[in-house]
Ligand binder design. Structure first.
Ligand code: NAP
Length: 665
């Protein structure tokens, strides 16, 4: 029994070509133009489409030696093979058209494995196959959808209410699934629109650094991304489109902020306090609360002596003031993380002088596709060739996810532990340094300032979008070390030198170690801040916390992908798990679902043990992942498939599932 949509007829996303009647006839109708069009597409996704449609692996084998990795630029061009592939694919299309047989839904497990291996240019471990099948969603039915096992009681459901906090990527995914299931819910969003962090961050140069064909919902694939790494406005457009197609407008409460949630044992419900935009407050009850407030939501403001004295304009990168012209101005930027590295190259050409304060350097990698536009030819392929989008997604998933994780593992016998972790990590370091040296034109003094001492990936690996080149500009100064003070007129460095400023940009990051802050959440024994004292947030699978019944956290503690992957992928795992928990609760007509201490402690022990082996606990690294006690509280130590497997099946044995009278449900 599916959890069917309650409002049929609402806007649905366009069908992918493999599910569109007549898609193959339309391709063949292009006649001789079809060959030319196919020749312009990327070899490997086309190869996978051909293998998928025909089962013939001859071309896969012929191509395999020319594929060094999953990025398009890691594939050697072999024109005669491409010609063969395109001709064979057209013949396969003609065969399907003549026989009128349906397209195959998914390759069988063994063939899928061989296809993934060849396409990735390396062995894709077998445990990835379930994840690949559901992520690519071959049959278009969303394998991650949770289905009712028995008809829920209409009376119980009519008294049920779930509150989702936040309408960013995670909150909307949750809302879409609640809607499909017919579970009553509202979404409370403090802003006037959907989008979360992508709505709030509008700084110049804002863009994603995970390729969008993967950094998007698996159940709402978009074929016409303009860039591989999209700019903020395009991502917001995508989120808004998804939101419209989800048909959840009736459930939304915009410009309202949840400020408190208190568990009431008597009613087994959360008592919420919600503040409207005009400052007035109202109360609301909910059976379940699902936080989609995200990790990178609340700006972190530094505590620098004299900050309040500054007479110019000062704002945080996540609260960009577009009314402030920067042309010709003396601008000081504090912070060189992901935001700072995107901002400086955009503003440097127009400001008078840009002084950048770098407390400690980050590593940044180049990617030839960072600013590249997706060609019209590829967009056509994604939109018209059956399964092309799916295989494209697999390649980008693989290129940006777990391949690097083994190189982030400490080798106890490694001879240079201060600078790298193992041989593979040292090789990455070498490549990165060579890239930086080339970008700074061999300026050894600058090189010494920007090459981190700690191993690659110790802080988030950033993408070099002309960052190093920007530092070589005549109107840009890089000041290293901490900020000593801010005066009425500028920023003082560690040596006491004042750098004059008309505008100060605080690219100083987010309060990532205090998830759910500033909401006052009080469970059965304490507040969440007390439970997480010392900035030590912990949750079972990053989602549930003992003594906080019926509370589910999306993008919670230890779920940030530090080595790669996509936050959207992780949140879809969390949404599925939460839906399964709610199903368990609703089918049993239970009042309480609360994780037990033992599995929670056991899970966190495993997280910590894994982290002890990984780069983020390296003694030479300061990062926003680790709290003052040295525990990594934000990042997941798991490969994507491991986190998927851990969260794929909600295990009721790990929970207390109780009726309102306290008896087991
Ligand atoms: P961030 O990575 O936390 O960087 C903050 C920067 O400010 C760091 O350079 C930090 O120095 C510096 N800083 C903080 N407090 C300071 C102080 N009191 N004095 C001097 N310097 C100070 O923040 P972010 O750049 O906003 O990025 C946060 C996360 O958001 C990223 O890691 C990423 O996950 C996400 N993000 C992603 C993208 C993207 O996809 N392209 C873009 C933006 C953000 P230290 O390094 O020494 O601490």
């Amino acid at each position: 029994m599916t959890m069917a949509a309650t409002n049929p007829g609402e806007a649905a996303p366009p069908l992918a070509p493999e599910h569109r009647d007549g898609a193959i006839d339309a391709l063949l109708a292009l006649g001789s133009e079809l060959e030319a069009r196919l020749l312009e597409l990327d070899d490997v996704p086309l190869l996978l489409v051909y293998t998928h449609l025909t089962g013939d692996e001859t071309l896969l084998q012929a191509y395999a030696p020319h594929i060094k990795g999953a990025w398009a630029f890691e594939v050697e061009s072999v024109p005669e093979l491409k010609q063969r592939l395109v001709k064979a694919l057209i013949a396969a299309f003609a065969d399907y058209a003549a026989s009128r047989r349906p397209l195959p839904p998914a390759p069988d497990r063994d063939q899928l494995q061989r296809m993934c291996n060849a396409a990735a240019g390396s062995n894709v471990p077998a445990e990835y196959m379930p994840m690949v099948i559901e992520e690519l969603n071959f049959d278009g039915t969303d394998a991650k959808t949770v289905r009712w096992r028995k008809q829920p009681s209409a009376g119980y459901l009519s008294r049920f209410m779930a509150v989702v906090i936040g309408a960013g990527y995670s909150g909307l995914a949750m809302a879409a699934k609640l809607k499909e299931a017919g579970i009553p819910f509202v979404v409370i969003e403090k802003n006037g629109d959907v989008g979360g962090t992508w709505l709030e961050n509008t700084y110049p140069g804002i863009a994603v650094d995970t390729p969008n064909h993967f950094y998007s919902y698996s159940f709402r694939v978009k074929s016409d991304w303009k860039h591989y790494f999209s700019k903020g406005p395009e991502i917001i457009d995508y989120i808004r489109t998804c939101y419209r197609e989800m048909g959840i407008a009736d459930h939304m409460r915009f410009n309202e902020e949840v400020i408190a949630a208190q568990w009431d044992t008597g009613s087994s419900r959360w008592q919420l306090k919600i503040r409207r935009a005009d400052g007035s407050e109202y109360a609301m009850e909910a059976n379940a609360v699902i936080s989609g407030t995200g990790l990178l939501n609340r700006p972190a403001y530094p505590d620098i002596p004299g900050m309040d004295r500054f007479k110019g304009v000062m704002f945080h990168s996540a609260r960009w003031d577009h009314s402030v012209p920067l042309e010709g101005k003396r601008v000081v930027q504090i912070g060189t993380g992901a935001s700072g590295m995107q901002i400086a190259p955009q503003i440097a050409p127009k400001v008078g002088r840009l002084t950048i304060f770098q407390r400690s350097p980050h590593w940044a990698r180049r990617n030839p596709l960072l600013f590249a536009e997706v060609s019209d030819a590829v967009k056509w392929g994604l939109d018209n060739v059956p399964y092309y989008t799916k295989w494209y997604r697999f390649l980008l998933l693989w290129a940006t996810s777990d391949g690097v994780l083994p190189s982030l593992r400490k080798d106890p016998a490694w001879h240079d532990p201060d600078h790298s972790l193992n041989a593979a990590n040292a090789a990455i370091r070498e490549q990165l340094v060579a890239h930086i040296r080339e970008q700074v034109n061999g300026d050894e003094e600058l090189l010494a300032k920007v090459v981190p001492a700690f191993p690659p990936y110790g802080k988030r690996m950033l993408r070099d979008g002309n960052w190093y080149k920007t530092l070589t500009r005549d109107n840009v100064d890089l000041v290293t070390g901490p900020v000593k003070a801010i005066t009425e007129t500028g920023v003082v460095d560690k040596d006491g030198v004042e750098h004059p400023a008309d505008v100060i940009i605080l690219a100083t990051g987010f309060r990532a170690q205090t998830p759910l802050w500033p909401i006052e959440i009080v469970g059965t024994q304490s507040s969440i801040r007390e439970a997480w004292a010392g900035n030590n947030p912990r949750a079972h699978l990053g989602i549930t916390v003992p003594h906080f019944p019926n509370l589910f956290i999306l993008y919670g503690p230890n779920t940030n992908g530090g080595h790669g992957g996509s936050a959207v992928f992780n949140s879809e795992c969390q949404v599925r798990y939460t839906m399964q928990a709610l199903r368990e609760m609703i089918e049993r007509e239970a009042a309480v679902v609360e994780v037990r201490e033992e599995p929670f402690e056991d899970y966190n022990r495993r997280v910590d043990a894994e982290h002890a082996q990984l780069v983020w606990t390296h003694p030479g690294v300061n990062n926003w992942y680790r709290n003052a006690a040295g525990r990594v509280v934000t990042n997941s130590p798991w490969r994507l498939c491991e986190y998927r497997n851990l969260t794929a099946e909600f295990d009721p044995a790990e929970y207390r599932i109780l009726r309102a009278d306290g008896a087991p449900a």
